[in-house]
Design a protein around this ligand. Structure first.
Ligand code: C2G
Length: 133
């Protein structure tokens, strides 16, 4: 039987339970999980700040998670169709903060949005740490 390949994307800066939960649930949707980790430049353009951890470190962290089979660099938000085709993804999976944003890829693969883990985000962790100084 052919493997069902799932692709997901994210910055995954300051790794936390929300990230682990979505990767675990993403893997359950198939057999092989491919993760596009945002480049530092893409993160800056999305969030207007540099990531706390560089791409090199974020890639290493994501690669070491047992649910993840393959990691690559997401260089642009506009390249999703190319990545879906290149990695032969059967499913594009994202957290529901992206609900509806990727529906146009339904002609290429299945598109699934999963609920975000409540009450945790990289931005919030950065704020908490700042307040402790
Ligand atoms: N996430 C989650 N629960 C949280 C926080 C994040 O489920 N509490 C999910 C997000 O929904 C996303 C993934 O974890 O699917 C990665 O989150 P981010 O690093 O914030 O990713 P983002 O910067 O939104 O990048 O091409 C799309 C982008 O690259 C996604």
């Amino acid at each position: 039987m052919t493997k069902r390949r799932v692709i997901t994307f994210g910055t995954f800066d300051v790794l936390h339970m929300g990230h682990i939960n979505i990767l675990k649930r993403a893997k359950k949707e198939g057999d092989y999980l491919i993760v596009g980790v945002s480049s530092d430049e893409l993160n800056f353009s999305k969030k207007n700040r540099n990531p706390v951890y560089s791409y090199k470190h974020r890639k290493k962290l994501i690669k070491s998670i047992k649910y993840v089979d393959k990691v690559f660099k997401e260089k642009s938000l506009e390249l999703k169709a190319d990545y879906i085709k290149k990695y032969k993804a059967d499913v594009l999976l994202m957290g529901d903060d992206w609900q509806g944003k990727f529906d146009h890829f339904k002609e290429l693969c299945e598109v699934i949005y999963l609920p975000r883990t409540p009450s945790i985000s990289t931005t919030e962790i950065i704020e908490i740490v700042k307040q402790r100084d």
